[in-house]
Design a protein around this ligand. Structure first.
Ligand SMILES: Cc1cc2nc3c(=O)[nH]c(=O)nc-3n(C[C@H](O)[C@H](O)[C@H](O)COP(=O)(O)O)c2cc1C
Length: 438
């Protein structure tokens, strides 16, 4: 018996930047600023039958006092603009969806609608947009006060609704393109739009053709109640992060589906893809070896984790004594409480910094559901189990280096195909057609 097919994507989690920096095994002779390595990776994902790649982004290097922490080991920047990388990936592939991250703070709706429409046509309807609501980069775009969490979602909803109005500003029959009558388009069938909202004011119609195979797919990652509500009401794909046990997966899905119904959509209109970073190895013995080595990380491994945490938390953990309890006053008010809590786990404030870093280094086995190290068959078991709970698919995440992709996919893809979980062929019609195929 074969299992239910699911959708697969890749989340390029360190964005369009010097990904792989700091990892000696990824020190190959490539140039991250050139398209070649991304094109090679995109072709690999397409040959594997993946639906899409999502490219993380942060337009900002952070606050003035912490820029150095973000860039020193290249965890927080530099990052080039993934929207401009997208055409190169489209050119290298025929079916793969490409989903750059976009922040409504950075694009006026008319400009966004026109640029995204252009890419949707250029790509054969394969564009997606990962709509994020981060407000940390606000100061680069205006001197207006930074929005709060929910206000940023309000703005994103107004922005997206405005963009969709522009995309729909050509009514049925507006595009004529009839050589016999020498008429290209019928201006009387175009709508003026006239958006006057809380955050944006602009007029249409849009100076770009309407779509033949759907609008660019909307992807969202936010995990708060407001984030899940946004996904249910607006998104075609949710980048989901949650514990992978049955109750949590089902609850996460129910919240999004309820929000979809409340917005007049069908639950099947949104594909919920859980983000997982597996370490796929060739044998159970190798998996056991990696897990036991992770229980006793060396100083180099702890330093690498401290560097990444320093960038994410915009606080220099490498300057602290690792054998002393972590003094929480080192974190400024700008640091997210959720991120601090993730570092502390259930160890509390009295534990030394070393214990927190070691906990982040700790790996677990897929087979007993304590972690994500295992063989291709063990990972396929997990994905199959997720499918039994109704799951739509999985987002593997990591960098775009050939070593990472091949280590993750070479053994896994044939196993998933044999079990019927991973597609063997693409549907004609672009990203929406592939998302709707099952
Ligand atoms: C898995 C995940 C991926 C995200 N990716 C990005 C990103 O690439 N760029 C960005 O600026 N914000 C990103 N965000 C931030 C979200 O857009 C949002 O601003 C933040 O998570 C707060 O919303 P929430 O409380 O609903 O999760 C991401 C969030 C999550 C959970």
């Amino acid at each position: 018996m074969t299992a239910r097919p699911q959708h697969f994507g890749w989340f390029l989690a360190r964005g369009f930047g010097p990904q792989g920096w700091g990892y000696p095994s990824l020190d190959w002779d490539y140039d991250w600023t050139r398209p070649d390595i991304y094109q090679e990776a995109a072709r690999t994902l397409e040959q594997a039958g993946f639906d899409l790649v999502i490219i993380e982004d942060a337009p900002s290097l952070g606050s003035p006092s912490t820029i150095d922490l973000r860039v020193r080991h290249a965890f927080g920047g530099p990052k080039h603009d993934p929207l401009l990388l997208a055409p190169y990936l489209f050119q290298a592939t025929e079916h793969l969806g490409v989903v750059p991250t976009v922040n409504p703070a950075a694009y006026l709706p008319y400009t966004a609608a026109r640029q995204f429409a252009t890419l949707q046509h250029l790509s054969g309807h394969r564009l997606g947009l990962n709509v994020v609501t981060d407000t940390g980069s606000a100061r680069h775009f205006s001197d207006a006060p930074q929005l709060g969490h929910d206000e940023a979602y309000d703005r994103a909803e107004e922005w997206l609704a405005g963009i969709r109005d522009l995309w729909r500003s050509w009514d049925e029959g507006a595009l004529v393109a009839d050589r016999g009558s020498d008429v290209y388009a019928d201006g009387t069938k175009m709508r003026a739009v006239r958006h006057r909202g809380d955050r944006f004011s602009f007029d249409g119609p849009l100076n770009a053709l309407p779509f033949t195979d759907g609008e660019p797919a909307i992807v969202s990652p936010g995990g708060s109640g407001r984030g899940l509500g946004f996904a249910g009401a607006n998104s075609d794909v949710q980048l989901a992060l949650a514990p992978l046990h049955e109750a949590s997966v089902r609850a996460y899905r129910t919240r999004i589906h309820d929000a979809a119904r409340a917005a007049g959509r069908r639950p099947e209109d949104i594909k919920i893809l859980f983000a997982i970073q597996p370490v796929i190895v060739s044998s159970a013995e190798e998996a056991d070896r990696i897990v036991s080595a992770s229980l006793d990380p060396d100083d180099a491994a702890l330093l690498q984790i401290a560097r990444k945490q320093s960038s994410d938390l915009e606080t220099d953990l490498t300057a602290l004594d690792p054998d002393q309890p972590l003094d929480l006053s080192v974190f400024g008010a700008h640091v997210s409480q959720g991120s601090i809590q993730r570092l502390l786990g259930d160890r509390g404030e009295k534990a030394p910094l070393r214990a927190h870093l070691a906990a982040l280094a700790r790996a677990g086995r897929i087979s007993d559901r304590t972690g994500f190290v295992g063989t291709a068959e063990e990972f396929a078991d997990l994905v199959e189990e997720l499918g039994e709970w109704g799951n739509d698919g999985v987002l593997l995440w990591g960098d775009f280096h050939p070593v990472t992709l091949h280590r993750t996919l070479d053994e896994l893809v044939p196993v998933l195909r044999r079990r019927g979980i991973l597609r063997r062929e693409y549907a004609p019609g672009g990203l929406h057609a592939n998302l709707r195929a099952f």
